[in-house]
Design a protein. Structure first.
Length: 180
């Protein structure tokens, strides 16, 4: 009976020791698993952050490019409108007989050499009827602007079709449609 009691005590001690060892192994494995998962999550988070930084930089470059093109188009359009308006205002002044010239000091003066409609036998009102924009320079400007807008629209269509053709030819996709 004493042997049975000692055997029972030995089994309890062995059981406690094995449980202790098993818990230590489990904790070590669990800690290692948590560390590995944390490292993996850190690597993935760094990759995501790097991708986001690259996309942000790409968006900034694209935005700058669009701004540059829009600004250049605006300046070209404004320059063309100013040139056309200047020419039309000059014609209007010639038709009305009030052409202006500049002397060497930069001051404006009315030209005595201009051929006016009145010298040809027509009044200022009749001269204005001969040229529709002589009455309304705003009308002339609207016509010119609508012509320029139509021209720019056709240029943009041509540019976008050329870009699409080049992308099709190269077999590339835009960055927004690719998946990583």
């Amino acid at each position: 009976m004493k042997k049975q009691r000692l055997d029972a005590i030995a089994v309890v001690i062995q059981k406690a020791y094995r449980g202790f060892i098993a818990r230590k192994r489990y904790e070590a494995m669990r800690n290692a698993t948590v560390r590995i998962q944390a490292l993996a999550r850190g690597i993935m988070a760094r990759r995501l952050a790097q991708t986001m930084r690259r996309e942000k930089a790409a968006l900034a470059i694209q935005s700058w490019g669009r701004m540059y093109i829009a600004r250049r188009t605006f300046l070209e359009t404004r320059s063309a409108v100013i040139r056309i308006q200047t020419g039309m205002y000059g014609k209007i002044l010639l038709w009305r007989g009030n052409a202006l010239t500049f002397n060497y000091s930069g001051q404006r003066k009315t030209s005595s050499r201009s051929v006016s409609a009145q010298q040809e036998g027509a009044s200022s009102d009749q001269a204005a009827k001969l040229v529709p924009w002589a009455v309304s320079p705003v009308y002339a400007t609207e016509v010119v602007i609508s012509m320029l807008i139509a021209k720019l629209s056709s240029q943009r269509r041509e540019e976008s079709s050329e870009i699409r053709h080049a992308q099709d030819h190269l077999g590339s996709k835009s960055p927004s449609t690719t998946s990583s």
